[in-house]
Write a protein that binds this ligand. Structure first.
Ligand code: TXA
Ligand code: MG
Length: 341
């Protein structure tokens, strides 16, 4: 790797870098780190002042709670209050094969966790990431790490260390580089404190998978009811106007258009685009997992090209297609600014 790659406070995750990152966290400072979903902006989840820095740097509303990251199931007991043999304890046990992984669960909050991290709620979102650098950092720092995605509030989540540096260079002492995120979209957020386990944010861990493991009905948050404060209609939006393919009449296409396709099989679409066009394919083989790993990076790339419009081809709402369409709908509904944070 060229030396210029590492002049933006981006560090390869060496033993020394991890030690320094842990030290910064213990001193109440912020560190950006990789997870398998997206990069996180981390602080000591027990330290009010440290957690406040996250909200400040992101420009995030104080009522939008953060996810607290643990490195083991044992550590969850220092973050959440779980009565042995309770329904919540049983549910958590049944999900054990998914943790570590891209699943965050809402549990009753332990008093040691900052109220600022939970946006004033008495519940806490907990996740054990599977990325080795995230796990090593939590272990080295010996603390639960509160971390939202490492992007300014309302912008696209970062899937590389470079994405984080683009937003926060000079404002963060350390960005640990763990390469490209292997999942690429944020974790599934599942409430275990509701009557039926409830998906508050879809992700690559699907409702079907959760229902089978839990052995009970899993419900999705009712459309348009905002019970997870981060689930505001306008989120993950690029600055460039985005629309679903088909939402804008061909005759109304502006002079420069970007097209994001799922499999690239419908090549005739390109012929309808204006003279200046850029196109990208999320997965040649039509794999939704591959599409998820590329979606945010391509949206960012297109957003930097001064296009008049980004068109995104929708995918079927099956399996992880539901999570992908959730993110795509958030990016394309940006005409409705009334609901913006
Ligand atoms: O994959 C991920 O989840 C990434 C990585 C870094 O772990 N993190 C992430 O965090 O996406 P963030 O802050 O961008 O999204 C957290 C989501 C928000 O929608 C928030 O409202 C919801 O989780 N959330 C957190 N705590 C909650 C709680 N106690 N009750 C309901 N929703 C909660
Ligand atoms: Mg986020």
């Amino acid at each position: 790797m060229s030396s210029t790659t590492y002049d933006l406070n981006i560090f390869p995750p060496s033993g020394t870098a991890l030690k320094r990152a842990a030290e910064l966290l213990r001193n109440g400072q912020l560190v950006a780190f990789p997870t398998e979903t997206v990069y996180g902006l981390g602080a000591d989840a027990r330290n009010d002042a440290a957690v406040k820095l996250i909200y400040k740097l992101k420009g995030r509303p104080s009522n939008n709670p953060l996810i607290v990251h643990c490195s083991s199931k044992e550590q969850i007991s220092a973050v959440a209050l779980i009565e042995p043999r309770s329904l919540i304890a049983q549910r958590l046990e049944r999900l054990s094969s998914l943790m570590p992984g891209p699943l965050s669960v809402i549990l009753p909050k332990h008093p040691s966790i900052s109220m600022i991290a939970t946006g004033g709620l008495n519940t806490v979102a907990v996740r054990i990431p599977s990325h080795p650098v995230a796990l090593a950092l939590i272990n080295q720092a010996k603390m639960p790490i509160a971390a939202p995605s490492a992007n300014p509030s309302n912008y696209i989540s970062p899937t590389t260390a470079g994405h984080v540096a683009k937003s926060f260079a000079g404002q963060l002492e350390m960005i640990l580089d763990g390469g490209k995120c292997s999942v690429g979209i944020e974790s599934t957020v599942l409430s275990l404190v509701s009557e039926h386990p409830m998906i508050l944010r879809p992700g690559t861990v699907t409702k079907e998978e959760l229902s089978v493991l839990l052995g009970e009905q899993v419900v999705s948050q009712a459309e348009k009811t905002i019970c997870s404060p981060g689930q505001l209609p306008l989120h993950y939006a690029p600055q460039t106007r985005c629309a679903l393919l088909g939402q804008v009449e061909v005759s109304e296409y502006p002079s420069s258009v970007g097209l994001i396709q799922f499999s690239g099989s419908s090549t005739n679409i390109k012929e309808t685009l204006p003279g200046y066009q850029v196109t990208a394919t999320l997965s040649e083989t039509g794999s939704l997992h591959e599409a998820a790993t590329k979606l945010y990076a391509i949206l960012r790339e297109f957003d930097e090209q001064n296009l008049d419009l980004i068109l995104i081809e929708p995918c079927a709402l099956e399996g992880i297609g539901e999570a992908l369409m959730d993110r795509i709908n958030r990016a394309t509904n940006n005409a409705d600014t009334s609901a913006a944070e």
